[in-house]
Design a binder for this molecule. Structure first.
Ligand SMILES: C[S@@+](CC[C@H](N)C(=O)[O-])C[C@H]1O[C@@H](n2cnc3c(N)ncnc32)[C@H](O)[C@@H]1O
Length: 510
């Protein structure tokens, strides 16, 4: 049993490090820049209580010189949210306190109803005061690891007159439920879509950036900007501002994989499996490549991401016809082989390229290993290849901190898309996962760039040795020459045995 003195001491410490008005004002203004513009501020915080101020100023008022109604609602949102947060001693709040996904509480407004009683024509003071009984309930449910819908009131005064009253309902979720079982929660789903839109947004920016286009050797994607939408565009701008090399890195990976895929298609790849397809439009860009009509594309991702993909693709009536199939999967809970072999017409006797692009950094070591081992068996069975990208471990672990990367990682973490995995020697790791001929190249080498940050990101092409017995592989004579894969480096096989007039091939990646 904790004594009253200990409770007081804990609160004092919490107040100092997490909940004091100056800190909260700063954190919220950083997270929501319009609060800075409005000069909104937190005035006082006690356990279960919060008081904020929305000054009467030019930027927050309407033609009558009174507060705009929507701004009163916005002030209610943050005032109630802080009152709830004050009850969660020591717990960082997602989107406010810098924190790992595994340790932060998720708190968001589910609904609100505001009664505007009188025009607000003075500094607007918002007060939320949660009574003792409700405080205990909130804390108890939270400690039990349960999700919580919390109804409370925020009252508003201006010039000592009551001007509005807001009935708010918040959703509060402890960290254990926001991570472990996370793929079904709204915020986690949102995070997944966000990262896919960000990548499309970065590819879209590249479409406007001729210099980057020339540098990376990849032709701009005509679809990415639209598929990213305003959200993707905004994210790309925001994250590129913190980490300017981000766009170049993503475009280098796009170029490298395009190159590998095109070469593969010309040389007999008949199936392409996109693991974590997101909003990748690559299959549509391949439509001019030789033998394309015989190729089947499998697009694997989480169900909500695939719904978003379907929605986004409906906006493109002009897309070339491509033989493709979407397959819903959660890599962390379902088996890739099961989903492919029983949930689609995927064939083991067709040479297959597996693509794991922009995904390894979000899964931990064990999750990556499981997935890669299962992919490796299919690569072996189909006598195919894997393309995968890795950030270096030293950067993910913070042993080396290139300029802008810390801010980038923090922003990704805030979005719920934390980088948790990297490998300094991806070749060795893939060999441990069952691959044989593995060749890696850094973005720096690929682009002939002397910016050392570019060498912290690698692209890997790998093959796998002869098929494991438990996968019955029908023999296909056409692929007899691929028997030599086990002893031959992957990239020379993939990339150097061709001559082509295709301008994209001129980038000579190695
Ligand atoms: C950064 S995006 C990359 C998308 C795409 N490969 C590209 O480069 O445009 C990561 C993708 O991995 C998917 N993903 C994340 N976790 C997953 C999981 N557990 N199972 C299946 N897909 C997942 C996300 O939904 C998202 O589409």
């Amino acid at each position: 049993m904790i004594s009253q003195d200990e409770k007081t001491m804990k609160w004092q410490e919490d107040y100092k490090t997490r909940m004091n008005p100056v800190l909260l004002t700063k954190l919220l203004r950083t997270a929501v820049p319009v609060l800075e513009h409005l000069e909104w501020a937190v005035e006082a915080v006690e356990k279960g209580t919060c008081v904020t101020i929305l000054p009467l100023n030019h930027q927050g008022t309407n033609q009558h010189g009174t507060h705009q109604a929507a701004l009163i609602s916005m002030s209610a949102d943050y005032t109630g949210g802080i009152a709830i947060s004050s009850l969660l001693c020591g717990v960082p709040i997602g989107g406010v306190h810098r924190s790992r996904q595994s340790e932060r509480a998720v708190l968001w407004l589910a609904s609100m109803q505001v009664k505007y009683l009188a025009p607000s024509c003075g500094d607007l003071i918002a007060v939320c005061d949660i009574d003792g009984e409700q405080q205990d309930q909130i804390r108890r449910r939270y400690d039990q690891g349960r999700r919580n819908l919390i109804a409370l009131e925020v009252g508003f005064h201006a010039n000592a007159e009551k001007v509005a009253i807001a009935k708010m309902t918040y959703y509060l979720q402890p960290p254990a439920t926001s991570v472990g079982k996370g793929t079904s929660t709204t915020l986690v789903t949102h995070g997944r879509k966000t990262s896919a839109r960000l990548i499309a947004g970065l590819r879209g920016r590249h479409a406007q950036d001729t210099q980057a286009s020339i540098q990376s050797g990849v032709l701009p994607c005509p679809y990415s900007e639209r598929v990213a939408g305003v959200h993707g565009r905004l994210l790309a701008e925001k994250l590129s501002a913190s980490f300017p090399q981000l766009g170049v890195m993503v475009n280098a990976r796009t170029a490298h994989l395009d190159f590998v895929l095109k070469k593969g298609l010309r040389e007999g790849i008949k199936q392409v499996v996109f693991c974590g397809v997101g909003l990748d439009m690559r299959m549509f860009r391949m439509s001019g490549v030789q033998a394309q009509e015989e190729v089947k594309y499998y697009e694997l991702d989480l169900p909500p991401m695939l719904s978003e993909r379907s929605r986004a693709l409906r906006e493109f009536p002009e897309l070339p016809v491509v033989d493709r199939q979407m397959i819903e999967i959660d890599f962390l809970r379902q088996d890739l082989q099961d989903r492919l072999l029983t949930g689609s017409d995927f064939k083991l006797n067709r040479k297959t390229l597996f693509i794991l692009e922009g995904c390894s950094m979000y899964f931990d070591e064990q999750q990556n290993r499981c997935l890669l081992e299962r992919i490796g068996q299919l690569v072996a069975a189909t006598q195919g290849q894997l393309w995968c990208d890795f950030v270096s471990e030293r950067v993910v672990r913070g042993r080396v901190v290139p300029p802008g990367v810390r801010e980038f990682f923090q922003e990704m973490q805030e979005m719920g898309e934390e980088f948790v995995f990297g490998k300094d020697e991806p070749e060795t790791y893939l060999q441990e996962c069952g691959f044989s001929a593995v060749e890696a190249i850094t973005a720096g080498r690929f682009l002939s760039s002397d910016d050392w940050v570019m060498d912290e990101y690698s692209f890997v092409v790998a093959t796998a040795p002869s098929p494991p017995r438990r996968l019955a592989v029908p023999r296909d004579e056409r692929y007899a020459r691929c028997d030599s894969y086990a002893s031959t480096p992957a990239i020379p096989l993939l990339l150097s045995e061709h001559s082509s007039s295709d301008p994209e091939d001129r980038c000579s990646p190695f």
